[in-house]
Design a protein around this ligand. Sequence first.
Ligand code: SF4
Length: 449
Amino acid sequence: MAGPLGLRFHVLTFGCQLNENDSEKLAGMLAEMGYSEAAGPEEADLVVVNTCSVREGADGRFFGHLGLLANLKEKSRPGMLVAVCGCMMKQSVHLERVRKSHPFVDIAFGTSDLHRFPELLQRRLSGTRRVFEVGDEDAIAEGLPVVRGFRFRALATVMYGCDNFCTYCIVPYVRGRERSRPLPLVLDELRRLAAEGYPEILLLGQNVNAYGKDLGGADFPVLLEEAGRIQGLRRVRFMTSHPKDMSVRLLDAMARSPNACPHLHLPLQSGSDDVLRRMNRGYGRDQYLGLVAEARRRIPGLAVTTDLIVGFPGETERDFEDTLDLMDRIRFDGAFTFQFSPRPGTPAADMEGPIDAATVTDRFDRLVALQNAHSLASNRTVEGTVQEVLVEGSDGAGTGRASGRTPHNRLVHFRVPDGTAPPPEGAFARVRIERARTFTLDGTWEGPA
Ligand code: SF4
C-alpha cells in the first residue's frame, strides 16, 4: 500500500503485555504504510490509543488522555488524526461515549479488527469523516508486520481470549473465547526471532497454559519443549498461567527444556476456598498448595510469583486470614497485589457484601507488608552469589550502571568498573549480588556470561 511518506505516528498503550504486542503490530503496519515513529503525540500526525479495560482506573486515564489529545488537536495540530482501539472499544458504553462526546476521534476499532487498521486508516484518508468499526470476528490474523519495542525480549502472543469467566474479570467479554495459533506458525515466529538475535521470548496469552486446547493437537507442554530445541534462544518465559490448567506434564516440560526460565507466575487471587468459589476460579487452596509443592519438587530453585486480590465482595476477616496463611505456607518470591474494584458487566460488580474502603485498605496494607517480607527474604537467598543477568538497559548515560533480570526474574541493578562501558541491552552479564532489597538486587558486573 502506498504510504504517506513523511508522516509520523505515536501509539499510546494501556494495559498488559498482550496490548503491548498488539501495539507493536500497529507500529509495524504503520511503518509498512510509510509512517515513521514520533517521540510523542506533540510531534505526531496520527496518534493511536490502545485501550485496556482490565487494569483499575484505565477507563478514567483513557478519557483523561483523550481530553489532552483534543486540546492538542485544537490548539496546535489541527490536522492530526486520532484512532482508538483495544478492549474498551469492545464495550458499547465506552464506544458510544467516544462516538458522541469526542467528535475529534477519527477512527475506532476493536481488538478483533487490528489487522484491518490500514484499510480503516485509508478510508479516513480518502475522505470518510469518521470510521468506527468494531467487529465480533474472533479469527486470528497471522503475518502482521511488527516493530518490536525491545531488543532484549520479544513478545509472542500464542493464544487469544479466555474461556474461564472469573467473576471479576472483563477479559472473556472483550477478548472473546480461547483461540490458539497453530503450532507450526508459532514455532516459525520463534525461530525467526531467535535468528534475529532476540535472547529471550515471552510467550503470551490471557490463559497461556490452555494453549492448544481448542485445536485438539499440540498443547502448551509440547510448545515449550519445541521452543527448547530452538538454537540460539537462551530464555523462554510465559504469562499468564491459570492454576486449573497447570499440569505435571507442563512442569516436566519446564524442567526439561534448556531455555525455559525457572520462574512460574501462577495467580492465586485468594487463599479462601469460599472466595475462590465465588470468583469462579476452578480450584481450591489445597489444590493450589499441592501444585506449588509439585512445581518446586520438579524444578528445584523455582521462583513462584502470584497475583492477589483483597476485598472481593463478601470477603470476611477469616477469608482474608486464609490468604495470609497460604502466603505464609508458600512464601511467594513476589506478588502483584490489587484491591478489588468492580468491572461493570461482570458478575462480581453486582455481588452482595461490598467491603468498606477502610477495611480494604487495612487488609491491603497487611497483605503487602507480609509479601514485602517474603520478597526480601527471597532476594536475600541470592546475596553473595553470581547471577546471569540479561541486560535490559543502562541506568543512564555516564552512570556506569545498568539493569537486567536473572533467570528467576529478579531485577538487578549493577555497577560496572570505572572505565568499562556498561554492557548493551540484550547482552548477558555475570553479576555478583551484593545487596538484596525488597524489589531489586544491587550488584557488580564481573564479566560477560
Ligand atoms: S483466567 Fe480469569 S482472570 Fe484470567 S483472563 Fe481469564 S477470566 Fe480473566
